[in-house]
Design a protein around this ligand. Structure first.
Ligand SMILES: [Zn+2]
Length: 227
C-alpha cells in the first residue's frame, strides 16, 4: 500500500546531503526504501546537491557566485525548484524486487535484524509496551511494540522525532498512520498517539533528544522507560 504520510521536504534534503543524525537517517532510509515518491525526491535533491557543488567551484563569475550563495532563503528556492516543472526527474531504481518473501523488516535493517520482527528479543517496558533498542552513533533509535488499543502519555519533544510504522497503525492529532507512513515531528508538536485495535503496532522511532512528557507521573516514569 502507498504511504500516506512522508518525511518533510527539508528532512529529505538533509538526508540527501548526509547531514541528519544517523538515527533519523536510518528511519528515513527505511521509508525511502519502499516509497517511490520519496526515492524520486531524494534523487532530485542529490542531483541538485551535485549541481550546487559543481557551481561553487572557484572559477566562476561574480554573478554566478551570488546566484549559488546559500542565503537564508536558499532552501525554499531549492524546494521550489524541485516542485517546478522545469526540473527533469532522474531515473530511479526501485529496490523492491530484491526481496523474495514479504517481510515487515525494512530492507536497510534486514542485515541487522533478519526478516522477522517477531523473533527479536523484545524487552517489556510497561504493560502493553515493549522495546528493542537499535545501535545509533547519534540520537536514539528503537523499535516500540505497542499492544492494540494502547494510549501513550501526551508528550512533546526537545528535538526532532521521526517515526516509521512497520506493522499495525496508530492515531494522533495528525491523523492515522499505517505501515509505511512516517510522522516527522518538529520539536514544538505535542501529541498523544493511541494504537488502533486488532494487532500490535510496531514502530521504528528515532529521536535526536529526549522526549518531554507533560504529566508528572509520565515524567517520573521517563527514566524507567528510557524514552
Ligand atoms: Zn515517502
Amino acid at each position: 500500500m502507498k504511504p500516506q504520510h512522508h518525511p518533510d521536504s527539508s528532512s529529505l534534503m538533509s538526508y540527501a546531503a548526509g547531514s541528519l543524525p544517523d538515527s533519523i537517517a536510518t528511519v528515513i532510509a527505511c521509508h525511502v526504501s519502499t516509497c517511490e515518491q520519496c526515492q524520486r525526491n531524494v534523487a532530485e535533491a542529490e542531483q541538485l546537491g551535485r549541481f550546487l557543488m559543481e557551481s561553487s567551484l572557484p572559477e566562476q563569475s561574480e554573478e554566478e557566485s551570488q546566484h549559488i550563495d546559500l542565503a537564508p532563503n536558499a532552501r525554499d528556492d531549492i524546494l521550489a525548484l524541485i516542485d517546478s516543472d522545469e526540473y527533469v526527474e532522474p531515473q530511479v531504481v526501485v529496490e523492491s524486487d530484491v526481496q523474495e518473501a514479504p517481510s515487515d523488516v525494512p530492507l536497510p535493517l534486514q542485515p541487522l535484524l533478519g526478516k522477522s520482527l517477531d523473533n527479536l528479543l523484545w524487552k517489556s517496558m510497561a504493560p502493553g509496551l515493549k522495546q528493542f533498542v537499535l545501535p545509533a552513533t547519534s540520537g536514539t533509535l528503537r523499535l516500540l511494540r505497542i499492544a492494540p488499543g494502547t494510549s501513550m502519555p501526551i508528550h512533546s519533544h526537545t528535538g526532532s522525532e521521526v517515526t516509521l510504522v512497520l506493522r499495525g497503525s496508530y492515531y494522533d492529532e495528525m491523523g492515522r498512520f499505517g505501515a509505511g507512513d512516517v510522522a516527522d515531528l518538529d520539536p514544538e508538536v505535542e501529541h498523544q498517539p493511541a494504537t488502533a485495535t486488532g494487532e500490535d503496532c510496531i514502530c521504528l522511532i528515532a529521536t535526536d533528544a529526549p522526549l518531554k512528557f507533560s504529566g508528572l507521573v509520565p515524567r517520573l516514569l521517563q527514566p524507567f522507560f528510557q524514552l
